[in-house]
Design a protein around this ligand. Structure first.
Ligand code: ZN
Ligand code: FE
Length: 268
């Protein structure tokens, strides 16, 4: 697991959500990504003497948006989110290719539309946050998970496959901040889908150690996902072979293979 960015902190909420705080270089102001729970965020802000400057949303589900009204009312801060998902309270709707500049926080994001989990889902890619860390950061909500991907509640397999492909094309050292701690269960599916992978075995050992100590397995990195996430590995011979055993012909295209993997995972 890569070292997390020094200015990004998880706020755990509910059963397995991570709400993310992005903190400015002086340690006084913050933005929050997907605040499902206002109280959890207020406690984290108070504990670190931070004020809230902005709210960023990836998609409309309540575990990502439940705290928006209370936080926006308290802090009077702008709410940025996807134009195409139904969310109350967004005052800065965003589309694919938009730039989101938050100069007070020293942050600049590119918006990437990633339909699939929901139709309007967006991700935020920052090529770097400030001067102190050259790695890019990605906030991808419930689209790309560590070793997995979100369920297809609204979109088609073709949409999700394309969305994941766009994220997988980001630089390999990009830190991946997803919204749930699903990593261990995702990894057990990954080893069923791609048995015999040494990279996967190493990742499982590492993730188990972290979870035994109650440490998040997130962030991941794009390069690690490319090596071990079965949903990004529809062209791996081992994955193709496993799918063939489940009735997906070797000549199937990558979208069919992706759809079969996602359906298999749904019942795994
Ligand atoms: Zn969701
Ligand atoms: Fe969620």
């Amino acid at each position: 697991m890569p070292a997390p960015h020094p200015r990004i902190r998880p706020v755990p909420a509910f059963r397995d959500n991570y709400l993310w705080l992005i903190i400015d270089a002086t340690g006084t102001r913050a933005a929050v990504v997907d605040p499902g729970d206002a109280n959890a965020i207020e406690r984290a802000l108070a504990a670190a003497s931070l004020s809230l400057d902005a709210i960023l949303l990836t998609h409309h589900h309540a575990d990502h948006t439940g705290g928006v009204a209370a936080l926006a009312a308290h802090w009077g801060c702008p709410v940025h989110g996807p134009r195409a998902d139904p969310i109350d309270g967004i005052d800065h709707p965003l589309d694919d290719g938009d730039r989101l500049e938050l100069p007070a926080l020293g942050i600049d994001f590119e918006v990437i539309a990633v339909p699939g989990h929901t139709l309007g889902h967006i991700a935020y890619f920052g090529s770097r946050l400030g001067e102190e860390d050259p790695r890019g950061v990605l906030f991808c909500g419930d689209t790309l998970f560590a070793a997995g991907c979100g369920r297809l509640f609204e979109g088609t397999p073709a949409q999700m496959h394309r969305s994941l492909g766009r994220l997988a094309a980001l630089p390999p050292d990009t830190l991946v901040y997803c919204a749930h701690e699903y990593t261990l269960s995702n990894l057990s599916f990954a080893s069923a889908a791609e048995p015999g992978s040494g990279a996967l075995a190493a990742r499982i050992a590492e993730a188990r150690t972290l979870r035994e100590r109650d440490i998040p397995t997130v962030p991941s990195a794009i390069g690690i996902e490319r090596e071990t996430n079965p949903f990004l590995r529809t062209t791996s011979p081992a994955v193709i072979e496993r799918l063939a055993e489940r009735g997906i012909p070797a000549g199937a295209d990558t979208v069919e293979r992706f759809a079969a993997l996602r359906a298999w995972k749904d019942e795994f």
